[in-house]
Ligand binder design. Structure first.
Ligand code: SER
Length: 721
C-alpha cells in the first residue's frame, strides 16, 4: 500500500468519525516562539488545546514536520528522518482515551489489516485508565502491554521535569514488532529497547496538562487528544520493508543519485544515499515554505543540511552540483499531497543550485582559505587558537573538520580538538537560546504617563474633535518639538511599513503642526511643533490629518498589495513579503525570490499590476479572528505580530492580506503603478521600489525628458528645454 493511499485512508477514516480535515500547516510555526520548525501535528492546535474554541472539536491532519535533533542518526538507522509527515487525529475537549485507543486499534487492525500478533503497546506507568482500556476494552493480553516512565510515555518526553512549557500529558504508544530475528535478539527485548526490533508507529497523547514556568502541571480546561503516526514508518511496514528508505517515498531519489554516480547504476545502497534522500526532502519543503538558506536561524539550518548533503555526494564521487537535480524527483513523489510543488520545482532547484555552486567553490578554494587563516601559525602554533579557527571554518564556511585536519597535518600545525569541541558546544548553547524568538523587542522608552489609551478613528474619519490628554517635551530638542497624546485621533501611527500621518491640531487660533505620528506603549503620539499660540492638557482640539498626503500613502499601500499579487502571478507563489516601506512619494517592497528579475519580468509584473488596477475593484477591510482569516485564505507573513483579531484587506478576487494599514476604497484610484528599481537586499531577498498616480506620471515624464536630451545630444544640439 503506497503512502498516498495510506494518507488518504487515514484522513477518510477520521473524517467518517466527524473530524474536520485541516491542511498541513507550514514548516514555519506561526505564533509559536518555542520551536524553530513545526515538529509535530499538534503545533498548529496549541490554542485549541488551551481551551480556545474555533468551531470544531475534532480534527485530522497529515502534517509536514521537520526535526533536526536526530540529524546525525539519519541514514544510519532505518527510521529516523529530518523531514517527515505525521498523520494525526485530535480532540479538543471532546473524546478522550477510550475513543482514541479504540479508533487507533481499529484503523491498524481492521482498516489496514495488520495482525494483532505484530503489535505491542506501552502506557505511562501511572496511567491505570489507559492500561485498563487496552486490557479490557481492546482485549490485549497483559504480555503485550508494557508500562514505561517519563522518558518514553510522557509527551513531550520528560516535560514534567525538563519542560517545555505548554500542553502535555501521558501517552500510549503502538509498536510494530519485526520479530525476534531482528535487533538485539535478547529474550527480554521489548518496546523500551532501541535495537530496532520494535518500531514505534503511533503515539497517542492524552493532553490534559499545561506545564507552567515553575514546573507545575496545571490541568487544562478540557481533556484533549493529540496523536501522531509517522507516515514513512507506516508505509514501510505496510510494504513489508524493514527500512523506510526502501519505500516509494525515497526509492526514486536513491535511484537518481545512483544514476548520478554511475550511469550503469550498479552501486549498492548505503547510508550516505539514505541520508541524502532524507535531506533533499527537508531542503525542498523548507524552501517551499519560504525558508531560504542563510546564515541565521532557520535559514542556517537549511544551509547546513544542504552542505551536509553536498559533502555526502562528494564522498560518493559526485563533485559537480547535483542535489538540485533531485528536486524534480521529490516533486513527483509528493505530487498527490503537494501539487503546487510541481509548479515550483524549477525555482526551488535554482535556489539549491546557487547554494551548491557557492559551497563547491568554497571547498575547491579551501587550500587558499587555509593558507590565509593559518598563516600566523606555521612558525608558532597555538593549538587552542588553531582549534578555534578550525571551528570557525566549520561553522562559517561549512568546511568539514576532516578536510581542515588533513591540511593541518600536512603543514605540521597541531590543533586542540578540545578547543574545537568547546567552541562547538558554545555555539550550540548560543543558538539554543537565540532560537527562542521573542515578539517585539523595541527598546523604546515608555512615555511614563498614566492616561487613557488613545482611540484610533482614522480608518473612517480624517478629522475629529479630541481632548489633549498629555503634552510632553522632547528632551533631545529644547525648541518647540512636542509630543501630544489625544483621547481619540484620526492620525495613523507608523506601523507595518506605513509611515505616520502628518496634519494639524487646531484649537481656536492655536495651531500645532503634526510632522509625524508614532506609537509608543499603546499611545498614539503626535510629534510636531507649535506654530501659533499655546496648548495645554485638557484643551479641546480639532485633529485634522493632511488628506492629500494620506491619499498618496494609501495609494502606495494598496499598490504594495497589488504588487505582491502580481509578483506571485508572474514569479510564483514562493514570493512572500519580507518587509515594506510605504511613504507619500513611493513604496518599497521586499520579497523572497532567488535571483534578480529580468527586464522582461519587471515589465510583465508592471503590466499585470496595472491590468489589476484597470479592473476597478473595491478594497474592503474587515475584522475577523485570525483563524477565520486563515480559512479565508488571507496572506499573512508576519504572523507572530498579529493578535487574536485581525484586519483583512481584500481587493476583489485579486488579493487578500492581513494588514492594519490605511487603503484607498477602489483600486482605480491608484491610476498607475511604475516600478522604478529592482535589486537585492540579502541572499534570496529582492527589493522593488515603485511609484503611483501623479508620482508615476512625473517619473515617466522625467524619463522621457532624459531620453530626449540624450537623443538631442547625439543629434548635435546641446540642450532642449
Ligand atoms: N505530539 C505527539 C508526537 O509528536 C503525538 O502527535 O509524538
Amino acid at each position: 500500500m503506497t503512502a498516498d493511499i495510506l494518507r488518504e485512508k487515514f484522513l477518510a477514516f477520521f473524517q467518517a468519525r466527524n473530524h474536520k480535515i485541516i491542511e498541513s500547516d507550514s514548516l514555519v510555526p506561526k505564533d509559536d516562539p518555542t520551536v524553530l520548525f513545526t515538529p509535530a501535528g499538534m503545533n498548529q492546535f496549541k490554542k485549541e488545546f488551551m481551551g480556545q474554541d474555533y468551531g470544531f472539536k475534532r480534527a485530522a491532519t497529515a502534517q509536514r514536520c521537520l526535526r533536526t535533533d536526530d540529524l546525525e542518526k539519519v541514514g544510519k538507522t532505518s527510521s529516523h528522518h529530518t523531514f517527515f509527515e505525521m498523520l494525526g487525529n485530535f480532540s479538543f475537549g471532546d473524546y478522550f482515551k477510550e475513543e482514541a485507543i479504540s479508533w487507533a486499534w481499529e484503523f491498524l487492525t481492521s482498516e489496514l489489516n495488520l495482525s494483532q500478533d505484530k503489535l505491542m503497546v506501552s502506557v505511562y506507568k501511572e496511567d491505570t485508565e489507559a492500561y485498563k482500556i487496552w486490557k479490557e476494552k481492546i482485549g490485549l493480553p497483559v504480555g503485550k502491554i508494557v508500562k514505561l516512565g517519563d522518558k518514553d510515555n510522557f509527551w513531550p518526553a520528560e516535560a514534567k521535569t525538563k519542560g517545555p512549557n505548554g500542553p502535555c500529558g501521558p501517552c500510549s504508544e503502538i509498536f510494530y514488532d519485526f520479530g525476534p530475528d531482528v535487533g538485539c535478539k535478547e529474550k527480554a527485548c521489548d518496546p523500551s529497547c532501541s535495537c530496532g526490533r520494535f518500531v514505534e508507529i503511533w503515539n497517542l497523547v492524552f493532553t490534559q496538562f499545561n506545564r507552567k514556568d515553575d514546573g507545575s502541571l496545571e490541568p487544562l480546561p478540557n481533556k484533549n487528544i493529540d496523536t501522531g503516526m509517522g507516515l514513512e514508518r507506516l508505509a514501510a511496514i505496510m510494504q513489508g520493508k524493514q527500512n523506510n528508505f526502501q519505500t516509494e517515498l525515497f526509492g526514486p531519489i536513491i535511484k537518481e543519485i545512483i544514476r548520478g554516480q554511475s550511469p550503469s547504476g550498479t552501486v549498492p545502497e548505503n547510508k550516505l544515499l539514505y541520508a541524502i534522500a532524507d535531506h533533499i526532502r527537508a531542503v525542498v519543503f523548507s524552501i517551499y515554505d519560504g525558508i531560504l538558506p542563510s546564515n541565521e536561524g532557520r535559514g542556517y539550518v537549511v544551509r547546513k543540511i544542504i552542505r551536509k548533503s553536498i559533502l555526502h555526494l562528494n564522498c560518493l564521487g559526485i563533485k559537480d552540483p547535483f542535489l538540485y537535480r533531485l528536486v524534480a524527483v521529490v516533486a513527483q513523489i509528493m505530487h498527490k499531497p503537494y501539487p503546487e510543488l510541481t509548479k515550483r520545482q524549477e525555482e526551488i532547484a535554482q535556489r539549491i543550485l546557487i547554494e551548491e555552486k557557492n559551497f563547491i567553490h568554497t571547498l575547491s578554494s579551501s587550500e587558499e582559505l587555509f593558507e590565509n587563516k593559518f598563516a600566523g601559525f606555521i612558525q608558532k602554533p597555538n593549538p587552542e587558537t588553531v582549534g578555534n579557527i578550525v571551528f570557525l571554518l566549520h561553522d562559517t564556511y561549512g568546511i568539514p573538520l576532516e578536510l581542515t585536519r588533513q591540511w593541518l597535518d600536512k603543514q605540521k600545525i597541531s590543533f586542540s580538538l578540545k578547543a574545537f569541541q568547546q567552541a562547538m558546544e558554545e555555539q550550540k548553547a548560543r543558538s539554543k537560546s537565540g532560537s527562542a524568538m521573542k515578539g517585539d523587542v523595541f527598546g523604546a522608552k515608555g512615555l511614563e504617563i498614566k492616561v487613557k489609551e488613545s482611540k484610533f478613528v482614522g480608518y473612517k474619519e480624517n478629522s475629529t474633535e479630541a481632548i489633549i490628554l498629555a503634552i510632553l517635551k522632547d528632551e533631545s530638542e529644547i525648541n518647540l518639538v512636542r509630543r501630544i497624546v489625544l483621547d481619540r485621533t484620526p492620525f495613523y501611527a507608523e506601523s507595518g511599513g506605513q509611515v505616520g500621518d502628518a496634519g494639524k491640531l487646531i484649537s481656536g487660533k492655536n495651531v500645532f503642526e503634526v510632522l509625524d505620528t508614532r506609537k509608543i506603549d499603546n499611545y498614539i503620539v503626535h510629534i510636531g511643533k507649535i506654530r501659533l499660540g499655546v496648548f495645554k492638557e485638557g484643551d479641546s482640539v480639532t485633529a485634522q490629518i493632511n488628506i492629500e498626503r494620506r491619499l498618496n500613502i494609501a495609494r502606495n499601500h494598496t499598490a504594495t498589495h497589488i504588487l505582491q499579487a502580481a509578483l506571485r502571478e508572474v514569479l510564483g507563489n514562493h514570493v512572500q513579503q519580507q518587509g515594506s516601506l510605504v511613504s507619500e512619494e513611493k513604496f518599497r517592497f521586499d520579497f523572497t525570490h532567488f535571483k534578480g528579475l529580468s527586464k522582461q519580468e519587471i515589465s510583465k509584473v508592471e503590466e499585470v499590476a496595472n491590468s489589476y488596477i484597470n479592473k476597478n475593484q473595491v478594497v474592503s477591510c474587515k475584522e475577523m479572528t485570525f483563524k477565520e482569516a486563515k480559512k479565508a485564505g488571507a496572506l499573512a507573513f508576519f504572523e507572530e505580530k498579529y493578535g487574536e483579531n485581525v484586519r483583512v484587506v481584500a481587493i476583489g478576487d485579486i488579493s487578500k492580506e492581513l494588514c492594519g494599514g490605511t487603503h484607498i476604497d477602489n483600486i482605480s484610484k491608484i491610476g498607475l503603478i511604475k516600478i522604478i528599481s529592482e535589486g537585492s537586499v540579502a541572499s534570496g531577498i529582492r527589493r522593488i521600489e515603485g511609484v503611483t498616480a501623479g508620482f508615476a506620471e512625473q517619473f515617466i515624464k522625467d524619463q522621457e525628458q532624459k531620453v530626449i536630451q540624450e537623443a538631442a545630444k547625439l543629434c548635435g544640439f546641446w540642450q532642449i528645454s
